[in-house]
Ligand binder design. Structure first.
Ligand SMILES: NC(=O)C1=CN([C@@H]2O[C@H](COP(=O)(O)OP(=O)(O)OC[C@H]3O[C@@H](n4cnc5c(N)ncnc54)[C@H](O)[C@@H]3O)[C@@H](O)[C@H]2O)C=CC1
Ligand SMILES: O=C(O)[C@H]1O[C@H](OP(=O)(O)OP(=O)(O)OC[C@H]2O[C@@H](n3ccc(=O)[nH]c3=O)[C@H](O)[C@@H]2O)[C@H](O)[C@@H](O)[C@@H]1O
Length: 443
């Protein structure tokens, strides 16, 4: 099939590459000239395992190309995906300017009937708005090609995006247009083998499903972070509690890890956007408000732990391991590390940070901040530091050289925002260790 994808970011690029992989001919449109040039040269500008190889292979096979030329891209596809960003506006609502601009571009250059598929995360009612914008644009051109708009929210996770797209838990299709749905079923058939993953519903339910899923996951995390604080007070271990409660099938084991707070480009923004939708309809979503407040508190917990151990932090040097909002990505959007860095610098501490993948992105973002150095060696970050704070659970931090950690730190203190180690083992290594919601070493 001929497919056009508007927006070549995490979602657009993964969608384009995976659909080309199953034999479709895909053209990806973007407005960012530098990004398009990079992609045309076979370079994927984001760190996403497996993506670059897939992009190169499909480009070489003639099934995937990138363009800035809207007429070319819109003229190509019978199915047109919208995968542009929906960043938070001032009031927390999802800013739809890019989605609506994409709709206008479609209307301007469409040369025949089309199925427009919205993959961006958008508030309820956006499918109707997109359809109205396209129809108005076509009417101006005095043509009336039939256009169906399908809501098809994306559930991929960064760092596992290709895998998630190829093996989705479900494929949500929001539309009441039978022929559009039939086309979508055919397009998604390769990702729908062995068991039925396609769920058809109305567009509004599809749009709300996306926010509901992210909000539920965020809720689980904030709930566990709150319980972790309680566990510390009552002398329980949140890791044992997690195992105990997660083995109940009704609860399940995923997304129950207490930590440094959730970050990323989606949970924070989507929780805010859903709260805004609630307010627009006169509803206070109290559970979700608490989720958001708990997360804001959690991002500060590691610094409070440091203060309790070290006293005032002015003049101290703190080593940070991990800057990305989670492993396997170089994405720093809403990363807990940024809050920790801000809080440490505000208190007059210096920061020496290491991240195996996000260092370049972090240097670009933090270059104007005095007091932070980003180094390329995990152990070099420790030299002369008063403590090590672990913020992202990169695999290489799982079994580090504890002897080096102890000898290179000025004080043998680890504050672990991801509960990677056991307190008694740390004590045996001569380290003072504190995780989140778990018993610490004694001293
Ligand atoms: N990043 C993620 O893991 C996920 C994101 N989403 C949602 O998908 C949407 C896209 O997110 P990302 O891919 O992360 O965004 P992104 O910021 O990485 O990429 C968006 C791309 O769209 C381009 N763009 C903007 N306006 C355009 C226009 N008028 N025409 C053509 N291209 C245009 C931008 O230049 C950029 O390259 C958002 O609504 C997000 O909430 C959904 C699931 C997962
Ligand atoms: O809408 C989106 O963009 C995506 O948002 C999340 O994906 P992502 O933000 O890439 O990353 P997650 O793996 O969900 O992690 C989000 C944050 O929660 C934190 N987290 C996750 C799990 C957990 O148990 N505890 C916890 O603190 C992570 O460290 C990270 O900061 C969802 O998992 C995806 O399904 C969704 O498509």
């Amino acid at each position: 099939m001929k497919v056009t994808v508007i927006g070549s970011g995490y979602v657009g690029l993964v969608t384009g590459a995976c659909l080309a992989q199953t034999g479709n001919h895909v053209v990806c449109l973007d407005v960012d000239a530098a990004k398009v040039a990079q992609l045309q040269a076979g370079h994927v500008p984001i760190h996403e395992p497996g993506l670059e190889a897939m992009v190169r292979a499909n480009a070489a096979a003639g099934r995937l190309r990138f363009t800035l030329d809207a007429a070319d891209a819109i003229g190509h596809g019978r199915i047109l995906f919208i995968g542009v960003g929906t960043p938070p506006g001032e009031d927390g609502s999802a800013d739809l300017q890019h989605v609506l601009a994409a709709a206008r571009t479609i209307a301007q250059y469409l040369i025949g009937p089309a199925v427009v598929v919205n993959k961006s995360t958008v508030p309820v009612g956006t499918a109707d708005r997109v359809k109205a914008v396209i129809e108005a644009g076509l009417a101006e051109r005095q043509i009336d090609y039939p256009v169906a708009v399908v809501s098809n929210p994306e559930f991929l996770k960064e760092g596992a995006a290709v895998d998630d797209f190829l093996r989705p838990d479900r494929i949500v299709l929001g539309s009441e247009d039978e022929s559009a749905l039939q086309l979508m079923r055919t397009l998604y058939a390769p990702f729908n083998r062995n068991r039925e993953r396609i769920q058809v519903m109305d567009a509004r339910s599809a749009e709300l499903t996306k926010y509901a899923a992210n909000a539920m996951l965020a809720t689980r995390i904030s709930f566990m972070n709150e319980l972790a604080a309680l566990a510390e007070q009552v002398g329980a271990d949140i890791e044992q509690v997690r195992r105990g409660m997660g083995s109940d099938e009704r609860i399940g084991t995923h997304f129950l890890y207490a930590g440094a707070g959730y970050g990323g480009s989606c949970f924070p923004k989507d929780v805010r956007a859903l709260l805004h939708t609630g307010r627009e309809h006169g509803l206070q979503l109290g559970v979700l408000e608490a989720v958001q407040a708990a997360n804001a508190r959690q991002k500060r917990v590691l610094v409070q732990k440091l203060e309790r151990r070290l006293g005032p932090l002015a003049g101290r040097t703190i080593a940070l391991w991990g800057l990305a909002f989670k492993p396997n990505t170089d994405d720093l959007r809403e990363a807990p590390s940024l809050v920790v860095i801000e809080e440490l610098l505000e208190r007059g501490a210096s920061v020496v940070a290491y991240d195996p993948v996000a260092a370049t992105a972090a240097r670009a973002q933090l270059h104007d901040k005095a007091g932070i150095t980003i180094v390329d060696d995990a152990y070099a970050a420790l030299d002369g530091a008063d403590a090590l704070v672990i913020i992202t659970e990169w695999r290489e931090f799982r079994t580090p050289d504890f002897e080096q950690i102890r000898s290179r730190l000025r004080q043998p203190l680890i504050i672990d925002g991801r509960n990677l180690y056991e307190a008694d083992e740390m004590a045996a290594q001569g380290l003072v260790y504190e995780g989140v919601g778990r018993p610490s070493t004694r001293s």
